[in-house]
Design a protein around this ligand. Structure first.
Ligand SMILES: [Zn+2]
Ligand SMILES: [Zn+2]
Length: 564
């Protein structure tokens, strides 16, 4: 470790002693706070374990719910085994829709909408209101859920992808044997471990990437306290009770190049923190943690993944979150918007969110010059009047609902947009891409929709950021299918398309059927919220993290919610 890394590691050291957290609190779906008012986030390390082995370079204090405390010596392995257990009683429901922030007020309307479609929908209120140091932090949301899964016909008609979750009815129980230096203790439900002087604890053979090709086991090291608790199956969960800046420091290197400019790293730290807090209390309702450590919530590998520069970004933005109209902003982001971001409701087919409108990813003279997605047809060019950083000022289309407007975007010089200008984006196919699909490729993609050789393939409707709202394919017999939303369209093909922002060039045979198509596209990822390459481009043009966030989240401002 070099001296800069050592300095940051010391600065980020865990606060004095983590309060003991009972099993009922771990299952309470609420934020926890340490003595300084800094949020402690319970994060899954792993669960469904029967034997866990840990160690630390410093002595470990072991605490039980019965009030026992003992000290385990440095370096010696500490083993916890499950002796007996009882699974939690839980009920499965299917999430039809999640209403967050300013969309939450529509919950009764949305429930009634689903009821009118014959689905017995209910409202499940999640999240909470937290008062911290005189400030109020509100991350309440409403889940529209159904106890029985909608029929395939209902799912198709409403473009639904119901997500099954479990609600807790009765907490689980476990009895474990803690084998430490002085012998073994039988402990019920939860044991909490913390190394002396903020030292980290290594957990052996952490199972990771379950369900992915890279599934495996590796030793991982965690700062803060660890809780070993009954999981929903009555086996052992390992949970890291981690201060929020330490969690963000562990998450950042998986999200953005640690060598990116500091302003971009700080913007990413604030959005990553926002994404964690947006999820708190709304997921894992039958688990003894608020967020997991996999793609489902955010990839978190503990101290093992940290980098001094991303640690610095996490620490310097500690307690900072993005708000609009008193609501936490859903700070979604993607790799590269290709020159224009997309309103969230186009990408996910959900009610509009006022902070997530689309805009050209280019210098604007007047921040009021944003796309008004309520009034179609405001197609035009916007010319920045200001001398704004080193980017050359170029006319950038501000509404890309038509094919000619998307053509204009594709023809822009790279340096016209922030993500095109990013020095981290000069290689690869994140900014501009082409993909040729042969008759065979198309046949494979549309066979499961029952189509033969295609006569036409078109995008009849786009969002203001140019991403398709639907793709229509018609075969030579006149049969036609419509695929809605960008992600299902991208996944029609293997490998999946880089983005849903593209134009289609068609090559036809003499009989009028399609021989091949060439897609000419822009961007990588969904394109809503912050453009990560654009954030780097903005930082390189001299903008700070607050300007970057204001650019991508319309009207949103950074506020210091926790800590100094
Ligand atoms: Zn998760
Ligand atoms: Zn961009």
């Amino acid at each position: 470790m070099n001296s800069a890394a050592l300095f940051v590691a010391l600065a980020l050291a865990a606060p004095a002693e983590t309060p003991f957290v009972e099993l009922s609190t771990l299952y309470g779906n609420r934020l926890l706070f340490d003595a300084q008012g800094i949020p402690l986030i319970p994060v899954r390390v792993m669960d469904q374990q029967t034997r866990v082995q840990l160690s630390s370079p410093a002595p470990i204090t072991v605490r039980t719910g019965a009030g026992q405390t003992f000290t385990h010596p440095a370096h010696a392995p500490l083993v916890v085994e499950r002796a007996a257990g009882k699974a939690a009683a839980r009920q499965q429901v299917f999430i039809l829709e999640t209403l967050e922030g300013d969309t939450r007020k529509d919950r009764a309307k949305r429930r009634d909408f689903f009821k009118a479609q014959g689905i017995a929908a209910e409202i499940l209120n999640v999240g909470g209101v937290y008062g911290v140091g005189g400030k109020v932090f509100d991350n309440r949301a409403a889940l529209i859920v159904a106890k029985t899964r909608p029929t395939p016909a209902q799912e198709k008609a409403l473009s639904l992808r119901p997500v099954p979750i479990e609600r807790l009815e009765q907490p689980p129980a476990v009895t474990m044997l803690v084998r430490h230096a002085a012998g073994a203790e039988s402990v019920r439900d939860v044991v909490q471990l913390e190394a002396a002087a903020g030292a980290a604890i290594t957990v052996r053979r952490v199972e990771h990437s379950i369900g992915y090709p890279q599934h495996g086991f590796e030793d991982r090291t965690f700062r803060g306290a660890l809780s070993l608790a009954a999981d929903r199956t009555g086996q052992l969960a390992v949970v890291n009770l981690v201060p929020e800046d330490v969690l963000v420091a562990g998450v950042l290197p998986s999200e953005l190049f640690a060598t990116a400019p500091m302003a971009a790293l700080k913007a990413q730290a604030i959005t990553a923190r926002g994404e964690v807090f947006a999820k708190v209390g709304k997921r894992h309702l039958a688990d003894p943690y608020l967020v997991c450590s996999a793609q489902h919530c955010q990839v978190y590998k503990g101290q093992s993944a940290e980098h001094p520069r991303s640690n610095e970004a996490a620490q310097q933005t500690r307690g900072q979150l993005l708000f609009k109209d008193g609501q936490l902003v859903d700070s979604v982001y993607s790799a590269c918007c290709g020159g224009h971001t997309e309103p969230s409701h186009i990408v996910w087919d959900q009610p509009p969110k006022s902070a997530l409108t689309g805009r050209a990813d280019a210098p604007f003279a007047d921040p009021a010059q944003r796309i008004d997605h309520q009034s179609p047809g405001n197609i035009g060019l916007f010319m920045d009047q200001a001398a704004h950083g080193p980017l050359p000022v170029q006319p950038v289309p501000i509404d890309l609902r038509t094919d000619p407007a998307v053509e204009q975007l594709l023809a822009l010089p790279r340096e016209a947009t922030y993500c095109g200008a990013s020095t981290f984006n000069q290689k690869g196919d994140a900014y501009r891409w082409t993909r040729r699909l042969t008759r065979q490729d198309l046949a494979r993609a549309f066979a499961r929709h029952g189509l033969g050789p295609l006569l036409s393939l078109s995008i009849p409707e786009r969002g203001p950021g140019g991403r398709l709202r639907m793709l229509v394919a018609t075969d030579v017999t006149g049969k036609s299918v419509t695929i809605r939303r960008e992600l299902p369209v991208r996944r029609l093909f293997s490998p999946a398309l880089r983005s849903g922002l593209f134009v289609i060039d068609t090559e036809k045979a003499n009989d009028g059927s399609i021989l091949a198509v060439t897609l000419r596209g822009a961007g990588f990822g969904h394109g809503s919220g912050m453009c990560q390459q654009g954030a780097i481009g903005m930082a390189e043009a001299g903008h700070d993290e607050r300007e970057i966030l204001r650019h991508y989240y319309a009207g949103a401002e950074v506020q210091q919610v926790f800590g100094p």
